[in-house]
Ligand binder design. Structure first.
Ligand code: 1YM
Length: 639
């Protein structure tokens, strides 16, 4: 290099380092967080680049390998990356892609970046956050390589030799100084790769776990010619619910550079599962594409029902009525996607609302005319939902008139606390009147409230809203929490910061916990999503020796204490909360300084959705199958 070029090279190097330094200083700004979530985003960013190559029509196969040494390899069979020197930067293009923030996209020419992880910042961010990254580029008969450490080139770009392969292979070791954990969770990656395979029909993704203890030496393959139609089939099959019609209904259409596709199928549950995506990114908070879909759906079904005199008098179907039992995927691809909301997971482009609404309005109407039998079963279900909704409204008004649902009127069984600032308060929901009494006596009434629950609550998975409003066990819960349910749910009205389910550590206790969680999951889901719901952990054993006492929460802990106390101890098994005195209950389960609480979270919403349907739904066979398959994991059955 001559002097001028050397200078230019150094300048561009400095620019590059400044950029990547910013990423290492504030990783959260580029990948959302440095938790396990952020760690997994590293894989998505690299895979997204391969998916872009697939959508450009050059790549069919994308392999993800979890290596034994903790690194991850992503390889694709695309074109590979241009092998020359980048004109603006004076650096090899391969180096630029992995060292310059926001590189890629346009400068290969044409098209727009479709795939986009949470932040869509690309390969250079992954490089900056890796303690080592190795890239092998196969293009035009040559293999090239380059390697980096903490984003800096350590093995410069070079030609390795001839090859007949094409594509790009990236291996990276996440930096354990940056991430809270560098342990990849196969389940999380699997879910993501499967989702991407559904969203990009015909693109094959594989996942191979080479780490110690992996259950299989064979890669898992995710490849769906049916695209989002297969996605809908998959979700419904996981629910093991009965289908109302056999075929998945599918529409697509485009306008300008925007493309939208919709797949839908009804099952016989009372729940809706609508997942929407924009540029392959899950829009958890919905947005214009979802609004367009819902508007058209309601309109088309009402028009059809009116045309064929299916509705009586002034009966009308609401959006909720026509979505009962619906599983649908809406996927749009567009230039300049605008995202709103705190989580950036809500699509804002208004022309997309019009596009989706037009497609569904026109094509669903035709579909219903051509498939009258399907139209009939769906409308019958929607009508039943409408009638249950009317009944629920009456039940709700009735309880309101009695003053029951007013916030002033609290359930008679509730022992409230004095503290008014919600974030400092706790509500213990306690199984059984007797344990409820002990909890009332043992609590700190300054900030702890107690609501005793008698017996099993209604299984809401098998009930529509009318039954829920009529339930004498559930209305006190709704009243005590203050938020209302379903459509009326309002988290700002929540009366307690922590909602703690306290049940016996036995089968009945687990059942009550599950019934309550089903209710929260179906009708107050933001309570769980915002981390308000907990399970109390009462001890299983008390170990005494003379004046010394220990409480054990597991068999291992019990054995540890027996050893610590030097044997010759008395071990008593707590059969239920009711066996404890108020002081014992306070010490072991209610005192914030000593208790253990389990926070209830939703890691995989689809998985949770399927689990509630299988475990709590009205089909016995899928539940039996699940129990038979999983019984081997149960080590200790308490009866
Ligand atoms: C394992 C990760 O990144 N594959 C990949 C990336 C690129 C291309 C192909 C590509 C794109 C274009 C032209 C284009 C990228 N190229 C660039 C750049 N796999 C992975 N496969 N030729 C090849 O966009 O026109 C950025 S990413 F900058 F060269 F265009």
């Amino acid at each position: 290099m001559d002097e001028k070029n050397t200078q230019a090279y150094e300048d561009s190097q400095i620019q590059v380092l400044k950029g990547l330094e910013a990423v290492r200083l504030r990783p959260g700004m580029y990948i959302g967080s440095t938790s396990s979530k952020g760690l997994h985003h590293l894989i998505y960013e690299i895979v997204d680049n391969s998916i872009d190559e697939a959508l450009a029509g050059f790549c069919k196969q994308i392999n993800v390998i979890l290596n034994e040494n903790g690194s991850v390899t992503v390889e694709d069979d695309g074109r590979g990356v241009p092998a020359g020197i980048h004109p603006d930067m004076g650096l090899p293009t391969l180096e630029v892609i992995f060292t310059v923030l926001h590189a890629g996209g346009k400068f290969g020419g044409g098209g727009y970046r479709i795939a986009g992880g949470l932040h869509g910042v690309g390969a250079s961010v992954v490089n900056a956050l890796s303690k080592r990254m190795e890239v092998r580029n196969f293009r035009d008969g040559h293999e090239y390589s380059i390697a980096f450490e903490f984003g800096n080139v350590v093995e410069p770009f070079k030609v390795v030799g001839p090859t007949d392969k094409h594509g790009l292979t990236v291996t990276f070791f996440p930096d354990d100084k940056i991430f809270e954990t560098v342990e990849f969770d196969k389940e999380i990656i699997r879910t993501r790769l499967r989702e991407q395979a559904f969203l990009n029909a015909g693109v094959c993704l594989t996942l191979l776990d080479k780490r110690a203890g992996a259950e299989s030496a064979e890669p898992e393959v995710f490849c769906y010619e049916g695209g989002i139609k297969s996605f809908v089939e998959y979700i419904n099959s996981k629910k093991a619910a009965e289908l109302l019609h056999n075929d998945v209904i599918y529409f697509n259409g485009s306008k300008g550079t925007s493309f939208a596709e919709i797949a839908m199928q009804y099952n016989d549950t009372y729940n809706e599962t609508i997942l929407s995506f924009a540029n392959n990114m899950h829009t958890v908070d919905g947005g214009t594409h979802e609004v367009g879909f819902k508007t058209a759906l309601t309109k088309v079904f009402n028009d059809y029902a009116k045309k064929y005199n299916i509705l009586k008098g002034d009966e009308k179907l609401t959006g909720e009525d026509v979505r009962e039992g619906l599983t649908a995927i809406i996927s749009v691809k567009l230039e300049d996607a605008q995202f709103e909301s705190q989580t950036k997971a809500k699509l804002g482009n208004s022309d997309i609302r019009v596009l989706v609404e037009n497609i569904v309005s026109e094509k669903l109407e035709i579909y219903l005319e051509e498939n009258p039998a399907t139209a009939k079963v769906i409308l019958e279900k929607a009508l039943q939902a409408a009638r249950a909704r009317e009944a629920a409204k009456k039940a709700r008004e009735l309880t309101r008139r009695k003053g029951l649902l007013e916030s002033a009127a609290l359930p008679s069984k509730l022992a409230d606390c004095n503290e008014r600032r919600v974030e400092f308060t706790e509500l213990y929901m306690v199984e059984g009147d007797s344990a409820g009494g002990t909890a009332k006596d043992g609590r700190d009434s300054q900030f702890q409230a107690v609501l005793p629950l008698r017996g099993k609550i209604l299984n809401v998975e098998k009930s529509r809203l009318d039954k829920i409003y009529a339930s004498s066990q559930i209305t006190p819960i709704i009243l005590a929490l203050g938020t209302g349910i379903g459509d009326e749910f309002d988290i700002t009205k929540l009366r307690y910061g922590k909602i703690i389910i306290m049940a016996d550590a036995d089968v009945d206790g687990e059942h009550i916990k599950t019934l309550l969680l089903t209710f929260f999951f179906r009708h107050m889901r933001p309570l769980i999503e915002n981390g308000h719901v907990y399970a109390a952990m009462p001890p299983l054993y008390k170990i005494t020796k003379g004046k010394q006492e220990r409480y054990a929460f597991s068999d291992e802990e019990r054995d540890k204490y027996i050893q610590e106390l030097g044997g010759n101890v008395t071990v008593s098994r707590y059969k239920g909360l009711g066996e404890m005195t108020k002081d014992q209950l306070w010490e072991t389960t209610m005192d914030p300084a000593r208790r253990v609480l389990k926070r209830i979270t939703i890691t995989d919403a689809l998985e949770a959705e399927a689990m509630f349907t299988i475990l709590m739904g009205d089909k016995v066979e899928p539940r039996r199958e699940f129990i038979q398959e999983n019984a081997k994991y149960v080590t200790d059955i308490d009866v």
